[in-house]
Design a protein around this ligand. Structure first.
Ligand code: PMP
Length: 402
């Protein structure tokens, strides 16, 4: 299984001295393959011009590239139309967009929004902002003992007042995978919409969003081996059609007078200003790269590494593991008597990069009863050498801390 590893394609995976850098923080952001870096450099260099406005051929060419990226994203997520793909800065912006447009127009006092205990702050705070303005109320779905969103509990939380269920498709802390189809069926059974935070599923799962049954799906390009500064909101066309603009400015209008402006249809309605042209083109290259390897293979590869790491960590008696046995390639743990930040610092000396902290999931940390965890997360370039380096570093940390 580990033959998938493509370290040679990723210039970021070596240290300044040319030694291997064991990057285990892909859930935060993925390293970029040469194909993405080259696509971005070309778009910023010999191909560069604005889109949608220029009458000169370079701009027309760039517009074709930008819209081809939209079609490629649509194909990648199984969308019915590229008009369902809105380019945004990242998942955070995608969720805020839904909250501030759909949420502000659809939610009334006493309506319920269901989130889960394991959500990232990006899927909590926008809903708190909307709840404060509309009088809607947030319900929190608990987790199973092993750290999955408890869909039995979700069922009992739902009422005719529930208008939205918004859940992580894959947890960025525990790696737990949601049964999205079942969550969609449950939400729809009371007439609620389902938003999936796809930050951690887009980089490692084959997606067919209409078949999954969700209504909104948000993800970030930089976790999908693309650049920062671009992400995607997918929503069904009828939902986008009914949503008011998010930002006002150029490119999102049909006509403007001082008396009244009219707005372009989606997706342009939600893309005010000069868009992320080069980022979209580089995201296209990233999707081509990931698709050629096959997202299902990536999932199996990373889940296999996560299982191996869990087994090895279990062999050390001072380690507490969080999350389910079967998970995407993300492993959170705690070493008895060692703060995760100290572990992260010692590992850094061994050229091993892990994440230590609350992972923007403070309610989940409170639920687990810890201020922070250590988290190792795998990507398509990860292999057994990364696990071996991590284990060496952990054993050295154990010796240092006695
Ligand atoms: N949701 C999840 C599950 C995430 O892992 C992240 C990134 N850590 C986000 C939302 C926010 O993504 P971004 O910062 O790229 O907007």
């Amino acid at each position: 299984m580990q033959t998938l590893s493509r370290k040679a394609d990723f210039p970021g995976l070596v240290t300044a001295d040319g030694a291997p850098w064991h990057y285990l923080d892909t859930a935060a952001t993925a390293q970029k393959p040469r194909a993405v870096i080259d696509a971005m450099a070309r778009a910023l260099g010999e191909d560069y011009a604005t889109v949608h406005r220029g009458v000169y051929s370079r701009s027309a060419q760039m517009t074709l590239g930008y819209e081809a990226a939209r079609r490629r994203v649509a194909e990648f997520v199984g969308a019915d139309s590229e008009n369902e793909i809105v380019f945004v800065r990242g998942a955070t912006e995608a969720i805020n967009l839904v909250a501030m447009t759909w949420g502000m127009t659809q939610l009334r006092e006493g309506d319920r929004i269901v989130l889960s205990m394991l959500e990232h702050h990006s899927n909590i705070v926008p809903w708190q902002l909307v709840a404060a303005k509309t009088g809607a109320v947030i319900d929190v779905c608990p987790l199973t003992e092993d750290g999955r969103i408890d869909l039995g509990a979700l069922e009992t939380l739902l009422t005719s007042r529930t208008k939205l269920v918004s859940l992580a498709h894959v947890s960025n802390v525990l790696g737990s995978v949601l049964d999205a189809r079942r969550a969609a069926d449950l939400a729809h059974s009371v007439g609620a919409k389902l938003l999936l935070d796809g930050c951690q599923s887009a980089p490692r799962m084959t997606l067919d969003l209409p078949a999954l049954g969700c209504d909104f799906y948000a993800f970030s390009g930089h976790k999908l081996y693309g650049p920062t500064g671009i992400g995607v909101l997918w929503a069904r066309e009828d939902l986008l059609d009914a949503m008011p603009p998010y930002h006002g400015g150029g490119a999102m209008i049909e006509s403007v007078t001082f008396e009244k402006s009219t707005y372009a249809p989606p997706p342009q309605r939600f893309e005010a200003g000069t868009p992320m042209i080069t980022e979209a083109i580089a995201l296209h290259a990233a999707i081509d790269y990931v698709d050629a390897l096959g997202p299902d293979r990536l999932f199996a590869h990373e889940a296999g590494l996560a299982k191996q790491l869990r087994d090895e960590l279990r062999g050390l008696n001072s380690v507490r593991l969080f999350g389910p046995e079967e998970s995407a390639g993300i492993v959170s743990f705690e070493m008895e008597g060692v703060h995760p930040h100290d572990l992260g610092t010692i590992l850094d000396e061994e050229n091993v990069a892990i994440r230590a902290g609350h992972h923007c999931a403070q309610p989940l940390m409170a639920h687990l009863g810890v201020p922070a965890t250590a988290r190792a997360s795998f990507g398509l370039y990860s292999d057994e050498s990364d696990i071996a380096a991590l284990m060496r570093g952990i054993e050295r940390t154990q010796r240092i801390f006695g």
